[in-house]
Design a protein. Structure first.
Length: 145
């Protein structure tokens, strides 16, 4: 799971139910809520920060019609077994893959600020240095097209 990101020198943590930067096609930035906070029941959505890539590929998210997006960042954070934060730098040419889910009016009413969409961080099995502390990590994709 991705528990935090660094973007433009600021740190964002899922536990604080913050918004994440999402790169638009025109190069501008949108800020969207990061997933659904634990303890908040929004029918039809999963609580949490992340979407497993395997679940997306298996069609488990199909009914939500997720849209792939790019989340720019300088680093991401995972927690090791003792819950200590460990930050991993991200190459400036890469971004975290996100899954944007548009919300129905009924779902919007259940979330603070009544957002039109939320974004989940797409995760995959951990590799490299991340694998020594966690079993999952954000999927990193090229920032430019």
């Amino acid at each position: 799971m991705c528990a935090g990101i660094e973007f433009e020198g600021q740190f964002f943590y899922f536990k604080d139910t913050v918004q994440l930067p999402v790169l638009r096609r025109d190069g501008s930035m949108a800020w969207l809520p990061w997933g659904v906070p634990f303890g908040v029941n929004v029918p039809g959505l999963w609580s949490g920060a992340c979407a497993r890539r395997e679940s997306l590929l298996d069609g488990k998210w199909r009914r939500l019609d997720p849209v792939p997006v790019k989340i720019p960042c300088a680093a991401f954070m995972e927690r090791e077994a003792r819950k200590q934060a460990v930050w991993f730098p991200v190459d400036a040419r890469l971004a975290i893959q996100g899954a944007l889910v548009r919300l129905s009016p009924q779902q919007r009413a259940l979330l603070p600020g009544q957002p039109e969409a939320v974004v989940y961080v797409v995760t995959e099995p951990a590799a490299g240095d991340v694998a020594s502390i966690h079993d999952r990590m954000p999927r990193l994709i090229p920032l430019g097209d």
